[in-house]
Design a binder for this molecule. Structure first.
Ligand code: CA
Length: 231
């Protein structure tokens, strides 16, 4: 089997060396770049299966690299994991909204990085395999019938408002993915209903309460948004 190719874009040489060492040891083929411009060029030439992207880069920063990757047909479907420093929550939110898949905060252990990489690759494979045709989502004790607008916990129907149901579907369709509030708003919009970021928080509170034992599947990602537990 050909090795999975991962491109790491990071200007801090010691972090880059650490990433290169651990990913290579885990069986990946690793490409490295120390600037956004070089990274973008490598991504376009080599079609990696995943990009690790430092946000604070000299010259073209990570968010711009992400924007460029997602803007080009050849690279838009490559999953991106951002490497972020403490206090970069606003950039994490911006990156997720640009289409990045996940982020890992520095300093990170090799074990955490490798498990995030595996999770993102797994989610992408699953997404490609079963994107549109899913009508029933089952996670733990929760069962959602999309066509019937119905949610059941341990077999018992849960009374949800239309917006709560839409928020639940948005999260549960992609377990493990972090959604920002404005991504959730985009998913819920469509009805003539004014949704604000604060309103998303209110919907989540209502959802958790109504879902009872299944409410714990909805996780808060501090400073960023929400995520459905990846069982
Ligand atoms: Ca940096």
């Amino acid at each position: 089997m050909p090795k999975i190719k991962i491109l790491a874009i990071e200007d801090e040489e010691d972090i880059l060396a650490l990433v290169h060492y651990n990913l290579t040891r885990d069986g990946y083929e690793v490409l490295t770049a120390t600037s956004g411009e070089d990274g973008l060029a490598l991504a376009r030439q080599n079609a990696p299966q995943l990009v690790l992207l430092d946000l604070m880069l000299p010259g073209m920063d990570g968010l711009e690299v992400c924007r460029q990757l997602k803007r080009t047909a050849a690279t838009e479907s490559i999953p991106v994991i951002m490497l972020t420093a403490k206090g970069e929550e606003a950039d994490v939110v911006a990156g997720l909204e640009l289409g990045a898949d996940d982020y890992v905060s520095k300093p990170f252990s090799a074990r955490v990085l490798l498990s995030r990489i595996r999770a993102v690759l797994r989610r992408h494979a699953r997404k490609n395999a079963s994107d549109a045709d899913k009508d029933v989502i089952e996670i733990g004790t929760l069962r959602i019938h999309l066509g019937r607008n119905e949610a059941l916990v341990e077999g018992a129907p849960v009374e949800l408002t239309f917006s709560e149901f839409r928020v639940l579907c948005c999260l549960a369709r992609r377990p493990g993915w972090v959604f920002t509030r404005s991504q959730i708003i985009d998913a819920v919009r469509g009805d003539d209903y004014a949704v604000t970021e604060r309103a998303v928080d209110v919907q989540i509170v209502g959802l958790r309460r109504k879902l009872g034992s299944a409410g714990r599947y909805i996780e808060t990602v501090r400073g960023v948004g929400y995520r459905f537990k990846d069982a």
